[in-house]
Design a protein around this ligand. Structure first.
Ligand code: SF4
Length: 137
């Protein structure tokens, strides 16, 4: 698998196949977060993803996939749809695809676009919510 740098995933994705479709976080400015400070954000090519999926196919049954890194939902709609279609084509046993997201990446998608992504298997997104309010900390 084409993994660059440290790979982070939610605890509940412990048994998921991790596919790194982006490196880093497109925002990368939250003062409390050092998760991706050493990485420059980029979206990986479909050729790299096809290679990973081809390798993953040899693993046998894959039920869940998690898209790394920081906020794969920021990937432009048509490219993200293409990635999800590839996952479904290479790994037909997959029942759920997940990813991290942030407010910006969610708001850049329309409701209809999000519905299409769900239809293509993106059934869970993880959004970390923090506060800078000292009274609430
Ligand atoms: S959006 Fe998420 S991954 Fe990116 S810097 Fe902020 S907390 Fe970290």
């Amino acid at each position: 698998m084409d993994y660059e740098g440290m790979i982070i995933r939610p605890p509940s994705e412990a048994y998921s196949l991790l596919i790194q479709v982006t490196t880093g976080c497109s925002h990368n400015k939250c003062t409390f977060c050092g998760a991706y400070q050493d990485k420059k954000f980029k979206i990986k090519s479909l050729d790299i993803i096809k290679k990973d999926l081809s390798e993953a196919r040899s693993y046998g049954y894959v039920e869940k996939v998690f898209l790394c890194d920081g906020d794969a939902l920021i990937i432009p709609q048509s490219r993200l749809e293409e990635m999800l279609k590839l996952i479904n084509a290479y790994l037909p046993t997959v029942k759920r695809i997940g990813t991290y997201a942030n407010a910006k990446s969610i708001l850049r998608k329309s409701v209809d676009e999000l519905k299409v992504l769900k239809e293509l298997g993106l059934k869970i997104i993880y959004l970390g919510v923090e506060t800078g309010n000292v009274e609430l900390c």
